[in-house]
Design a protein around this ligand. Structure first.
Ligand code: P53
Length: 472
């Protein structure tokens, strides 16, 4: 058997995309709660959050989502039926600290996650938790300017310490920030950043990233102190960047683009800033402000490296060629003529997963964990099920390549597919972009019965898990 018998098979969700109950039991508003759905230009709102703050929209997908807050028992039972070994979920920061800057946590919020962990424990499902998944409290954005402000470190550490203490013994696998590199691409999502006219956005983004890196290292240290059994991981939106042609200017552009992503893991895994980053900041004419002690703090490195993988990308060193690149996605890319794309234009590249895994393992020599992968597609519910062969095909090909990487020698702890139960899309705010093995009857406008239905992929994944990846 290629995969170890303890391999952690499962699926992943995020609080703001599935829980709903956005003001229940004392929860405060998170930055995602002011973002509209696709129909009302979510993407525009993400890129221009000032406008989003001032606009009243008709519909906010995170407010009700799929109501996991109330359906968690039924949903976890379905995941258990598939044989899940692990469930990746995130805490809604604003359930615990509604504004973000309170001194005491909200007990009702903490109690909810106790109930979820107890439910998971019934089925021997190991929780894998993300402390912050795109849902910084809105209070911290409006009062402090989000992660550009160093004070956020203290608020985050207080929040994380509350979780680490409360769930000691119940949770062992922790991720500090979801897709930490997303702060460069969607700064509002990643860091609650809103820019002022004329300011150096690169500088603000990297300074905010520094605050997150320091916060992540502090929490890594704390997690190990509170319970030496804890395993802490970083989380990267990964996906190798290919060069467009063998022209060395393209090769160099791809290298730089890959370094831009790896920068975060370089710090979190090695414990210091890489030299290429120092040069980059210097040439861009700014410095990252370090406080005394930051260098020491950063030496608290992670135990494993987790990442999402949906796609590879292509870049060119020729500005003329780059002009053809279409936007509308966090990761713009030149089209790859060898690959098919999803209905949302994301290139489907299973071999790219093997390449990415080898690259990352070579670079860090630490265990990897694939915590997101999957196909967002339009599903049609017919006779109480969805014949989602396209999803099975996508996943089978990716799992084959994942296993090849393990054969190459990559140490891999687990695989959690994204959106194992249908939920609201982060980027587009749609329900229509579905990833799950379980169909949820709810549409882009929040209409529908909210009932759950098993798709064809449900039985398929159950077999995959039961055979530990031998039957794909
Ligand atoms: P959606 C962009 C590019 C890569 C990953 O994305 C991304 C994003 C943000 O859209 O986010 C991760 O829902 C993220 C999840 C998200 C998932 O990818 O836009 O961690 O929250 O749902 C898929 O299709």
């Amino acid at each position: 058997m290629v995969l170890s018998k303890d391999f952690l098979w499962g699926g992943a969700v995020a609080a703001n995309q599935c829980e709903g109950a956005y003001l229940e039991d004392g929860k405060g508003l998170a930055l995602v709660d002011i973002l509209p759905s696709a129909q009302e230009d979510r993407w525009g709102a993400l890129l221009d959050p000032k406008k989003a703050m001032e606009t009243t929209y008709n519909f906010y997908p995170s407010h009700e989502s799929i109501d996991f807050y109330h359906t968690y028992k039924e949903d976890i039972a379905l995941l258990a039926e598939m044989g899940f070994k692990t469930f990746r979920m995130s805490f809604a920061w604003t359930r615990i600290f509604p504004e973000g800057d309170e001194l005491e946590p909200n007990e009702a919020g903490l109690a909810f996650y106790d109930k979820v962990f107890d439910e998971l424990a019934k089925y021997n499902i190991e929780p894998l938790v993300t402390i912050n998944h795109f849902d910084t409290p809105l209070g911290l954005v409006t009062k402090y300017g989000g992660w550009r402000n160093r004070k956020l470190i203290d608020f985050y550490v207080r929040y994380a310490e509350t979780l680490l203490t409360r769930y000691k013994g119940k949770v062992k696998y922790w991720l500090t920030f979801n897709e930490i590199n997303m702060i460069l691409h969607i700064p509002f999502f990643g860091g609650g950043l809103i820019f002022e006219e004329g300011e150096n956005t690169e500088q603000v983004k990297y300074q905010a990233a520094h605050h997150q890196l320091v916060a992540s290292a502090l929490v890594t240290k704390l997690a190990h102190e509170i319970d030496p059994e804890n395993k802490v991981g970083c989380m990267l939106a990964a996906g190798i960047v290919y060069y467009n042609t063998p022209n060395p200017i393209d090769v160099r552009a791809a290298q730089e683009s890959n370094q831009e992503q790896y920068f975060f893991v370089d710090v979190q895994s090695r414990g210091y800033y890489p030299s290429y980053a120092k040069r980059k900041f210097e040439e861009a004419g700014f410095e990252i402000e370090f406080e005394d002690g930051d260098e020491e703090i950063l030496k608290n490195t992670v135990d494993f490296i987790s990442f999402s993988y949906y796609s590879s990308r292509i870049i060119s060193g020729d500005p003329e060629v780059m002009k053809q690149v279409k936007g509308g996605n966090a990761f713009a890319s030149i089209a790859n003529p060898y690959l098919e794309v999803s209905e949302w234009g994301w290139a489907i590249d299973p071999i790219g997963l093997r390449v990415t895994m080898n690259e990352m393992y070579d670079r860090y020599q630490k265990p990897l964990f694939i915590v997101e992968n999957g196909l967002g597609a339009v599903d049609e519910l017919v006779d109480g099920t969805v014949q989602d062969d396209y999803r099975i095909d996508y996943m089978r090909k990716h799992l084959e390549q994942m296993i090849e990487a393990v054969k190459d020698g990559v140490e891999l702890w687990g695989y959690t597919s994204w959106g194992c139960i249908d939920l609201v899309s982060a980027g587009s705010g749609e329900m229509k972009k579905r990833y799950g093995f379980i169909y949820v009857d709810r549409d882009n406008f929040g209409n529908g019965s909210n009932k759950r239905y098993k798709k064809a992929s449900f039985d398929w994944y159950k077999k995959v898990i039961a055979s530990n990846g031998q039957e794909l």
